[in-house]
Design a protein around this ligand. Structure first.
Ligand code: COI
Length: 355
């Protein structure tokens, strides 16, 4: 169903698509021809438009810049061999955006604006959706506070925007991750469970310190005891320990990832044992010493499935089994890719057709 919303559409006079190899661009740096914008003022959503991708005219006093009233989503569209474009589980992103909006005292975006804008935008920019095996069009919806005001208060005006960019792999290689026990990503009662822009900004310094030690990412631990694992970088974290898929249980410090949910759904469908629970650093050290950790990987929209090569903890490094032999994450990666590209049956009804 395409939602009914009145969108003013201004098409570009000059498409840039032929100037770019959409199957071969760095992640997040090349933007498609058009963008969608809906504006909120006077207590209601006002006009919606699609226009050529362009810079934003804004005030240096814009409140999103000063106090971080800014939230976002990430999702992906795929093209099948026959040229059909479908988005992976967009209604889940729609719901999560509004969960984020409530927590950040922002107005919720109506479904007809989110879905209507998204579908019209993708129809217009369908040529930007990569056809390569691992390619997709990364979609970035975001909501920002736009009041020109320095006082700390919820803004009265907002913009909901969708931009898109063709994307290949987020990580070109399996990653090494360092368990972080000093800096934290999220605290109980905080905003770790939503996609607030500030969650990402605060992660950069600890990540840089880990990178200086030869790691690509950190594994965040809980803010109270620093002894339980939470997420890895911008991804949810999963292990296969023995014959069980184990992942940290959702809480208000962990993002309810849509890739996380999809991977767990497939594991359950395949009859695997799945545990969503607390995972302590000690458990990982012990399981590794006994050779029981078969797999570790991050899951997220941008990275999809990111195998973890090894895990550092203080001055200890835990090497994990070779990625090529990891049954579960390789099977899940291939299955998701096939569902998304229309090569496998979409039994769960995850793909939302655009054209
Ligand atoms: C995603 O996986 O889409 C993310 O949110 C990660 C990132 C690119 C911020």
């Amino acid at each position: 169903m395409i939602a009914n919303v009145d969108i003013k559409i201004e098409k570009t006079a000059h498409s840039r698509v032929s100037e770019n190899d959409v199957n071969n661009v760095p992640f997040g740096k090349c933007f498609s021809d058009h963008m969608f914008i809906a504006e909120y003022a006077d207590g209601k959503w006002q006009k919606s438009h699609i226009m050529p991708y362009q810079d934003m005219p804004m005030s240096y006093a814009m409140s999103a810049l000063h106090y971080g009233q800014a939230i976002f989503e990430g999702m992906k569209a795929y093209k099948s061999e026959s040229g059909e474009v479908s988005i992976f589980r967009p209604l889940e992103n729609f719901k999560r955006l509004n969960k984020s909006a409530i927590r950040m005292a922002m107005p919720e975006v109506p479904e007809e604006i989110f879905m209507g804008g998204l579908v019209e935008l993708l129809k217009l920019d369908a040529a930007w959706v990569p056809t390569s095996e691992t390619g997709s069009l990364y979609i970035r919806p975001f909501l920002i506070a736009t009041d020109e005001a320095i006082g700390v208060k919820a803004s009265d005006t907002y913009k909901f925007v969708i931009i898109t960019c063709p994307a290949g792999k987020y990580y070109s290689e399996p990653i090494k991750v360092l368990i972080e026990t000093n800096y934290i990503r999220a605290v109980e009662g905080g905003v770790g469970f939503v996609k607030a822009a500030g969650n990402y900004g605060r992660s950069l310094y600890p990540t840089r310190l880990a990178q200086q030690k030869g790691y690509q990412q950190v594994i965040w631990t809980d803010g109270k005891t620093h002894s339980f694992l939470e997420e890895s970088g911008t991804m949810n974290l999963m292990f296969v320990i023995g014959d069980t898929v184990v992942t940290p249980a959702l809480s208000d410090t962990i993002l309810d990832g849509i890739t996380r949910r999809s991977v767990l759904a497939l594991a359950r469908e395949w009859g695997m044992k799945v545990e969503e629970r607390k995972i302590s650093i000690q458990e990982i050290l012990d399981a590794h010493a006994k050779g029981e950790i078969k797999e570790a990987f991050g899951v997220g929209t941008a990275a999809t499935i990111a195998p973890i090569l090894g895990i550092g903890y203080q001055d200890h490094y835990m090497e994990l089994p070779a990625v090529a032999g990891r049954e579960f994450c390789n099977k899940v990666d291939e299955t998701l890719r096939n569902i998304r590209k229309g090569k496998a049956e979409d039994k769960m009804g995850w793909m939302y057709k655009v054209n």
